[in-house]
Ligand binder design. Structure first.
Ligand code: SF4
Length: 582
């Protein structure tokens, strides 16, 4: 690879390795920390709140989401004593918010002294390695991966060579289940259950991220090969991943720059054995209930959090129930907590919340990129319909996509716009994600829906699914929505919203090319909406119609001559994030 100018973070690493810096952590003056301190502290899980730089937070890792009652109780006590807030993450990690300079180090030490690691949960590290909540115990569990995940973590955790020294973070998901609660295709590497010549093992997918699906690397691994491949992957990225522009340093960019074959060649150099080509992926889409019967006849219970927020009292309650029932506790990557191995499907506590399929990012309380209080503003979603149909919703506060809005049935990004007059909250919608099987991310519809209209607009979309014959929203997306262009979908739903009529989007037969598709879509719009002005202005492109109808519906003081491109987002800070949207 040609020489690249090291990015700012790499220059700090070159000057002083994070592990060396962190040996002296007890000497850090938390009242006066520099940019360099902030980078280094992240490598052991301490970070400053970007909302208020005098506040600190800790990130805790739980390998494969496994956590004990004792750990829950200890965390609950710490949270209560220090008046903190708990937020679970989509990597089965936990964030504790609300530390100040005088207590963050003591709690950091107490947690790590008690075996709760905060190391390598942030920064350029292998982040918490995740698997399905039902690993090894569910009806779909074929190969328990926890022992392998333990070996993987052992290889990197607290090792000087790996503390903060990768070119960028690596997220890894491994599942030996034939059906998972949520998809793992957003990981930098996903090892997915597969079969080859009668042997069960794993296919490898690499290069996923919040806005991309991991690609098939055409490699099959037997269970006993997982660790060596993991090592080869991490080592080769360590050696050959780009350390230049920060926006081009993920595994995704490594593949984009070098090509999959070259990346595989680097990994093979470390692996020191021939690769076997991929087997048949074993992956079904299944809906999991709050109570599930497990393979051994015991039960599991999924405790729903408040969109990832949870209190210390709830932690104590869950720990008590787990101890009384001799149940295991696992943190799911869906922000919920699973009790595993219950003797009875009846539990002494009642479910406090219905919603289980909305993945929301941290929002404005914890992240400066968000204009929306994402978790509270889930109240603007049609949660009754989302629950009724188990629709996977990803809700992010910016296009970085921590709410996994492109790996969902319906994706929502809360933005800020002045397109409709005064500056207000408006949402961008993403549809058509075939996330379960890693086929495609959701595509964005180029217009913004004001917050107050969001519930109504999403109901319109869900109604189309309700009258279809498909067993779930993703199947509907594949068969119906994904046959159409993003501009058509935008115009179709906006026109229905405007006219308030009940018509359904027809299933198309295979259209030959873009030209034929455009002609078909245009004819369909004219057939149903000829009484609307936009239908006379879509001769060349549908985006013109989107612009017209959006302005008429939502704007109160804009001029008429703006083009559709103005309906791209405006003032949100996320617009400056390069490569965020593809
Ligand atoms: S999606 Fe954006 S706003 Fe939400 S947590 Fe991530 S970076 Fe912050």
């Amino acid at each position: 690879m040609s020489e690249v100018k090291l990015n700012r973070r790499e220059r700090y690493k070159a000057e002083l390795a994070p592990f060396e810096y962190l040996k002296e952590l007890h000497t850090v003056d938390f009242d006066s920390i520099s940019e360099g301190d902030r980078y280094y502290l992240q490598d052991c899980g301490i970070y400053t709140s970007e909302i208020d730089e005098d506040l600190f937070a800790l990130r805790l890792r739980f390998n494969a989401g496994r956590i004990t009652s004792e750990e829950l109780r200890l965390i609950a006590k710490i949270v209560k004593d220090n008046d903190l807030e708990i937020v679970l993450t989509a990597r089965a990690q936990m964030q504790l918010h609300g530390f100040e300079s005088d207590n963050v180090y003591d709690v950091w030490k107490e947690l790590n002294d008690n075996g709760i690691s905060t190391w390598q949960t942030f920064g350029d590290n292998v982040r918490n390695i995740v698997t399905d909540a039902y690993d090894g115990v569910g009806k779909y569990a074929e190969i328990e991966v926890y022992p392998y995940v333990q070996q993987m973590q052992e290889y990197i955790l607290n090792k000087p060579r790996f503390v903060g020294l990768l070119p960028r973070r690596i997220s890894i998901g491994v599942s030996g289940n034939s059906a998972n609660v949520t998809s793992f295709f957003a990981n930098d590497m996903y090892m997915a259950l597969a079969e080859r010549e009668g042997v069960k093992g794993f296919n490898v997918y690499i290069g996923g991220k919040n806005t991309e699906i991991a690609q098939d690397a055409d490699i099959f691994l037997k269970p006993e090969e997982l660790l060596n491949f993991f090592i080869a992957f991490v080592e080769s990225f360590h050696k050959h991943g780009s350390r230049g522009s920060r926006s081009k340093t993920r595994v995704f960019h490594w593949i984009e720059l070098m090509g999959m074959d070259a990346v595989k060649a680097f990994i093979k150099e470390e692996y020191e054995a021939e690769f076997v080509s991929a087997g048949k992926l074993i992956l079904d889409k299944v809906h999991f209930n709050q109570v599930e019967e497990l393979a051994d006849g015991t039960y599991s219970y999924c405790y729903h959090t408040d969109f990832a927020r949870i209190s210390s009292e709830e932690f104590n309650e869950i720990a008590e129930v787990a101890l009384a029932n001799k149940a295991e506790i696992r943190l799911g990557i869906d922000h919920h907590i699973y009790l595993i191995g219950l003797k009875s499907p009846e539990l002494s506590f009642e479910a406090k919340r219905d919603t289980s399929t909305v993945s929301s990012c941290a929002g404005s309380e914890y992240c400066p990129f968000s204009y929306w209080s994402i978790k509270d503003e889930t109240a603007y979603l049609p949660l009754d319909k989302i629950n009724e149909h188990n629709i996977h919703v990803g809700f992010s506060g910016c296009l970085k996509g921590c709410g996994k809005h492109q790996h969902a049935d319906i994706g929502i990004v809360g933005l800020k716009t002045s397109l409709y007059g005064s500056s207000e909250k408006a949402a961008r919608i993403f549809l058509g994600g075939e996330h379960s099987y890693g086929k495609s991310v959701a595509k964005q519809l180029f217009f913004l829906i004001p917050l107050d209209e969001l519930d109504k607009f999403l109901r319109l979309i869900i109604e189309e699914y309700e009258v279809s014959s498909y067993e779930n929203f993703e199947a509907f997306s594949k068969a119906v929505l994904n046959q159409y262009s993003a501009d058509f979908l935008a115009l179709w739903f906006l026109a229905k919203y405007d006219k308030n009529i009940k018509i359904n989007i027809p299933e198309t037969t295979c259209l030959k090319d873009r030209e034929e598709q455009f002609a078909y879509e245009k004819a369909l719009l004219v057939e149903h909406f000829s009484d609307r002005e936009f239908s006379k202005n879509i001769e060349d492109k549908l985006a013109t119609g989107v612009s017209m109808i959006t302005k008429r519906l939502f704007k109160d003081n804009q001029t008429e001559d703006k083009s559709a491109s103005h309906f791209a987002l405006s003032s949100n800070r996320s617009t400056t994030i390069p490569g965020a949207v593809r």
